[in-house]
Design a protein around this ligand. Structure first.
Ligand SMILES: Nc1ncnc2c1ncn2[C@@H]1O[C@H](COP(=O)(O)OP(=O)(O)O)[C@@H](O)[C@H]1O
Ligand SMILES: [Mg+2]
Length: 246
């Protein structure tokens, strides 16, 4: 069953169209990885899904309901949660208070303070600390915990490894299997292709706002993926001016 279905989505800022002609579906329990260069439209797509920006046209179906024009807070209540680029914690609150804000939807499920502390032990150690005084990696762990506290059916992770030390990234990625065990669907935005390929069930590549490649990592070659990522595959669609004919 698909938990999310995007049809012909077009979104942007004023006259700028950041994503267009986007159609894809995410299945229940699937880890759907979205890759693409800076400015490809990944964050715009995630913001459109959670409703923090309105779309220009197209349809967003979540668990069989058309949520295209539904308010953002209602989407959170329905079970969509975003861990935004840059974390955006409430910096005047403690770590524990940040987690409790995440629980404000009142949705039932496996995630509560106790299970978050088991999943991310570092968060328990920091629970009384002010969220504004954490390192980037600590903040990221708290942001993921806060998002899970809403017991979502679909969690959107926007560049959770950006700017973090490799060891911290390893710890955060190590939590993904346990998150998935709870049946959650995940859209993971990541710039590191090799890390993505290790964890993803499905991978989709955005290039200049268009979906240029989608498939299971085992069905795609590394060359196909890097070509889509960097735009070389455009040549085979005849829209490139560089004359490549791969
Ligand atoms: N708040 C904004 N106002 C205007 N343009 C934006 C804004 N955010 C992003 N953009 C533009 O939209 C395009 C897609 O950006 P974004 O979705 O952030 O890409 P990505 O997350 O893949 O790096 C880029 O051209 C970017 O400059
Ligand atoms: Mg982004």
């Amino acid at each position: 069953m698909s938990v999310l279905e995007i049809k012909n989505l077009r979104a942007g800022y004023g006259d700028l169209v950041a994503v267009s002609d986007l159609s894809f579906a995410v299945q229940q329990g699937e880890l759907f990885a979205l890759v693409g260069a800076n400015g490809a439209g990944k964050s715009t797509l995630l913001k459109s899904i959670v409703g923090s920006m309105s779309v220009k046209s197209g349809t967003i179906i979540f668990k069989d309901d058309d949520i295209t024009t539904v308010a953002d807070y209602k989407r959170i209540q329905a079970g969509i949660s975003l861990v935004p680029e840059g974390r955006r914690l409430f910096t005047s609150l403690s770590v524990e208070e940040n987690l409790l804000v995440g629980a404000a939807t009142g949705r039932k499920g496996p995630w509560n303070l106790k299970s978050i502390f088991e999943l991310l032990p570092i968060v328990e150690k920091l629970k009384d600390r002010n969220a504004g005084r954490l390192s980037g990696g600590e903040q990221q762990a708290v942001a993921i915990g806060r998002s899970l506290m809403s017991n979502p059916d679909l969690i959107l992770l926007d560049e959770i490894s950006l700017g973090l030390a490799p060891i911290v990234v390893e710890q955060i990625y190590a939590a993904l299997p346990d998150i998935r065990n709870e049946g959650l669907s995940i859209i993971l935005v990541e710039q590191d292709l090799s890390r993505t390929l290790k964890v993803a069930d499905k991978i989709a590549c955005l290039l200049e706002g268009h979906l240029v490649l989608e498939g299971r990592p085992s069905d795609l070659t590394h060359q196909q993926i890097t070509d889509a990522y960097f735009g070389h595959s455009i040549a085979s669609f005849g829209t490139s001016s560089n004359g490549a004919n791969s």
